[in-house]
Ligand binder design. Structure first.
Ligand code: A2P
Length: 291
């Protein structure tokens, strides 16, 4: 990738004193961090500027990263890039991400220290299957998340189409500890005052949402893995809805690998088929980012 000269150099320094102008190489695809929020010692979210040309569908992911340390042998630095779901909706002026912090993780050990004003590398090529286009029309939409797998749903929950296309939206979020539910809970609470959604959808929005958070390693009002709670029937009783059916229910899954596989098998047993952008069906899956 060719280094590029900043606008500042082009317009001011180059014109004033071309010979002495020091050219600062900048990476292409560099965005600026605008906000960082820490939730627990394992979780944080951040917002960055959005490239003017970036268009994406709510629920998609992009590659983001930072420059790695200098290689002691070659003296070169390489970017460390990972796939991250965009947690903000497609209409938002900025981009939001929700991340785990892994102390010895190649990227998140550094990423967890970013501050407003810092640079973040973002490759503007959004892709992914957790999009409305990959599902056939239905009545009830389920979002199944564990941990940071909530991120794509944070985008879709702020997307008007979610409420236009479905009568009911059920969000299940299974985390180890209570503090890990904060990001999702705050986001769902904030929908009450979301200007765009209230203008486009109205307060009927509220009647459509059912939020079902559970914890597995800390006491909370509802404990247990969502998979176990569905298998026993408890989740359906609590939510007041029947078991998923291919006629009415659509689902998106985003969590750790074991969770995705287990839930996929359960949905298949209810008669739902996996969809893709090129072949919309009744459910879609994506793996949450784990550094
Ligand atoms: P548990 O504490 O019983 O392992 P992690 O942080 O390891 O990605 O896990 C996030 C949440 O997902 C945890 O509450 C964890 O429960 C749960 N979990 C892990 N594997 C599964 C699975 N196969 N089915 C359902 N939930 C799972």
């Amino acid at each position: 990738m060719a280094p590029r000269v900043t606008d500042e150099h082009m317009t001011e320094q180059t014109a004033v004193n071309h010979a002495s102008a020091k050219i600062v190489p900048q990476l292409p695809d560099m965005q600026t961090v605008t906000e960082v929020k820490h939730y627990t010692d394992r979780l944080f979210s951040f917002r960055v500027t959005r490239p003017a040309s970036l268009r994406f569908r709510s629920g998609e992911f992009v590659m983001i990263g930072l420059m790695g340390d200098e290689d002691p042998e070659t003296g070169k630095r390489k970017p460390i890039m990972r796939a991250y779901s965009i947690a903000s909706p497609s209409w938002d002026e900025e981009l939001e991400f929700y991340s785990i912090k892994v102390q010895d993780g190649p990227l998140t050990s550094k990423l967890q220290h970013i501050q407003p004003g810092d640079g973040l590398i973002l490759r503007p090529k959004p892709v992914g299957t957790l999009v409305h286009d990959a599902l056939l029309p239905g009545k009830r939409l389920w979002f199944f998340a564990t941990g940071t797998g909530f991120a794509p749903f944070a985008s879709l929950l702020r997307e008007p189409q979610t409420y236009e296309d479905y009568d009911e939206i059920i969000i299940t979020h299974t985390c180890r500890e209570l503090g890990e539910l904060t990001y999702g809970r705050d986001l769902i609470d904030a929908l009450k005052t979301d200007e765009l959604l209230n203008e486009v959808i109205g307060d009927g929005l509220w009647k459509k949402i059912k939020y079902y958070p559970t914890t597995t390693r800390e006491d909370s009002p509802k404990m247990g893995r969502i998979t176990d709670l569905m298998r026993s029937g408890e989740a359906f009783t609590d939510l007041g809805v029947p078991v998923l059916s291919p006629e009415t229910d659509r689902a998106m899954i985003c969590g750790n690998l074991a969770f995705n596989l287990e839930l996929k098998e359960m949905l298949e047993s209810y008669g739902l088929n996996e969809g893709a952008n090129s072949n919309p069906q009744q459910y879609v899956v994506e793996k949450a980012f784990l550094d």
